[in-house]
Design a protein around this ligand. Structure first.
Ligand code: URA
Length: 329
């Protein structure tokens, strides 16, 4: 039995099912029959006391009452972007939140910020994989403890475009590590582990299909290089250290482009690997701040960057609004 949510009418996108539709399950089910998350870690169960330290939440809080109705979990680097997104979603979904009454739920953690407007939970994850995975793993546990059903996690990020113009939006098809492999490499108990970094193709196609001719920007699907460093790790010439030539850099960017990579950011591999392992549908939607074929420094004003960031909010907002509209039918 197919249990895909249909955000768009059937047949609108090529991929028939979400990656974790029941019809595609092999081996252990990824979710419980009611859609709640099954955590692969058997040390954590619903009975045990669990502290979500960096979120300043724990199972002593009534997590189900606070978060049980969440459907969309949206994340991104900065508190500013995620707060703006939560307020934007409140407007689109006609919910009574504004600058004055929107609460940062995790304010006392003094680390990450989190906002909730109706079915949308928005939190920021900082820069890079270790910061992102710390927040993301606690949010995955939060979804488990709160018995959230069939959540969708979307990262709204900024990136360097590879042959993509500033303002255009890239939806990641997969994440690539620094060795250009579709793996997230991590070290566990003194050993190297590799986790695949594919994202939900159907979700990416649905997000892209909601494009409008009036947008004024393109929405592409492409591979994403997740670098562990903003400067040398992304082949920049403007860091404090540089041990390669401009020709080497250009050769690398062309190699990326030929491999189907369309953007560079700093989280995609781990984000794809962790959400996949948790059996949670996810997508990465990034706006290009520059085309790396044309340079390394971001010359756009802060106001211009905010305008670019509005593009990813538009794409993700439209998707959530459609879902909510279909649900009410
Ligand atoms: N974020 C990155 O990681 N790289 C860029 O070039 C821009 C934003």
């Amino acid at each position: 039995m197919c249990d895909c949510d249909n955000i768009l009418p059937q047949g609108t996108v090529k991929e028939k099912h979400y990656f974790n539709c029941q019809t595609l399950w092999k081996g252990e089910p990824l979710r419980n029959p009611d859609g709640t998350t099954r955590l692969p870690n058997k040390h954590i169960d619903r009975e045990s006391h669990d502290i979500l330290y960096h979120l300043n939440l724990s199972t002593n809080d009534d997590l189900e009452a606070m978060f049980g109705d969440v459907k969309f979990v949206c994340t991104g680097g900065t508190e500013h972007r995620l707060r703006a997104f939560a307020l934007y979603m409140a407007q689109l979904l006609d919910l009574p939140y504004n600058e004055d009454n929107l609460v940062n739920i995790t304010k006392l953690s003094k680390r990450y910020a989190m906002f909730k407007v109706g079915p949308v939970l928005a939190f920021n994850h900082g820069i890079g994989i270790p910061s992102m995975t710390t927040a993301l793993q606690e949010v995955i546990k939060l979804l488990f403890h709160a018995k959230v059903k069939n959540p969708i996690i979307i990262r709204l990020g900024s990136c360097g475009g590879v042959g993509v113009e500033p303002g255009d939006v890239i939806i990641s098809s997969w994440g690539l590590n620094g060795l250009l492999e579709k793996n997230y490499v991590s070290y566990v108990l003194g050993e190297e582990r590799r986790y695949p970094t594919y994202l939900d193709t159907r979700l990416a196609q649905e997000l892209q299909a909601l494009t409008s001719p009036d947008d004024g920007f393109q929405i592409l699907i492409g591979g994403t290089l997740a670098a562990d460093d903003y400067y040398r790790g992304q082949g920049r010439l403007d860091g404090p250290f540089c041990d390669y030539t401009e020709a080497d850099k250009m050769e690398f960017l062309h190699k990326l482009y030929a491999a189907g990579v369309r953007n560079i950011e700093m989280e995609a591999t781990a984000f794809a690997a962790f959400t996949h392992q948790a059996g949670i549908r996810s997508a990465i939607v990034c706006v290009a701040l520059l085309n790396r074929f044309n340079g390394d420094q971001i010359k756009t004003s802060k106001k211009g960057i905010e305008e670019f960031e509005a593009n990813i909010m538009k794409v993700v907002g439209r998707f959530i609004q459609n879902y909510e509209k279909n649900k009410r039918k």
